[in-house]
Design a protein around this ligand. Structure first.
Ligand SMILES: [Zn+2]
Length: 325
């Protein structure tokens, strides 16, 4: 199944019909209400696109990055290489060796990551930054963090600097400007909100197993998709953020935790085996003022709102004071 995010459906409808975004969203809400409970917002948006004769997916041939979606198979893309991540070996649970590496590429419509498995990682040695890469017969997946990525398999091909192919300026993906809110103003549906506050407490990080192949959570060295694996570890870290209106628990997953603490993955992993050494980190964090951009989640288990960090920065105190002055 091909999954197209709501924003992308709305953008396509806007593009092809000239309707405004509020108009399209109103139509979607109307359709949702009309089919009370039978379709999700995404589903309703698909129906609206269909009614307006907007084709959401172009099948076959060369695609632009903005037009590929998770679930598509045998896509062909051409882009400029923007980053290269060297291949790493990993051990599967059955003892056999696996290899995975990746690179990112972009065209004038966006950028995405290309994941190479096994012998496909050889291509990484031939790539240079700004080289043109032609990828064909590849699959598009969702990486579970809201980004689509290309996965290469045995049938996929990557040609480096193919004759006659050029790529224009790469469009740097930018997030839409986050909405600044106070903690008190946060509510359950908030996405891309920005909160500034002071860290008043924190908790010990929790480490958990992840599958080395798909990065999804693995339990007892078993991945739902890949079976028995030799797991890697990821972690989650919670702090209490107070902005004077109220406080909220902020959740940092591994890469956000790295940003918050300015530590590498390896450094974080040392706290797994030596948790006592984390005490210093916790006391250093107290009183730090940070800016967090993220989304609000209801933690069903504890029935409370939490802010899940997607970007974190040290707050600029002067800028904050100027704001309230
Ligand atoms: Zn897996």
């Amino acid at each position: 199944m091909i999954r197209i995010p709501l924003n992308d459906i709305v953008a396509k409808i806007k593009d092809k019909t000239g309707l405004s975004e509020p108009d399209i969203l109103a139509k979607v809400d109307q359709k949702c209400a009309q089919l009370a409970g039978l379709v999700s917002k995404d589903g309703a948006a698909h129906i609206i696109a269909n009614e307006l004769g907007v084709k959401l997916i172009e099948h076959g041939g060369r695609q632009k990055i903005k037009d590929v979606f998770a679930g598509m198979r045998s896509v062909e893309l051409v882009g400029k290489v923007t980053q290269i991540y060297e291949a790493k070996d990993f051990a599967r649970a059955d003892g056999t060796a696996g290899k995975v590496g990746s690179f990112t590429m972009g065209d004038e419509t966006g950028t995405l990551r290309v994941v190479c498995w096994g012998d496909q990682t050889n291509v990484l040695r031939d790539l240079q930054l700004n080289a043109v890469a032609l990828v064909s017969n590849a699959m598009v997946r969702d990486n579970n963090r809201g980004y689509k990525e290309i996965h290469l398999n045995d049938q996929s091909r990557v040609v480096v600097n193919p004759k006659g192919e050029t790529v224009g300026d790469v469009k740097v993906q930018e997030r839409p400007q986050a909405t600044r809110k106070t903690v008190k103003e946060l509510n359950e549906q908030d996405q891309n909100v920005e909160v500034v506050g002071t860290i008043t407490d924190s908790f010990n990080p929790k480490f958990f197993e992840v599958c080395p192949q798909c990065n999804k959570s693995a339990k007892n060295s078993t991945c739902a998709q890949h079976g028995a694996v030799q797991p890697n570890y990821s972690c989650v870290f919670n702090v209490i953020l107070d902005d004077g209106t109220e406080n909220i628990r902020v959740v940092f997953f591994r890469n956000q935790m790295e940003r918050l603490l300015s530590k590498s993955t390896d450094e974080l992993m040392q706290y797994r085996t030596a948790p006592d050494t984390f005490e210093q980190v916790r006391s250093d964090l107290l009183g730090q003022m940070v800016k967090v951009v993220g989304k609000v989640n209801r933690n069903m288990f504890f029935d409370r709102l939490e802010l899940v960090s997607q970007l974190v920065f040290p707050a600029n105190v002067e800028e904050e004071l100027a704001r309230v002055a």
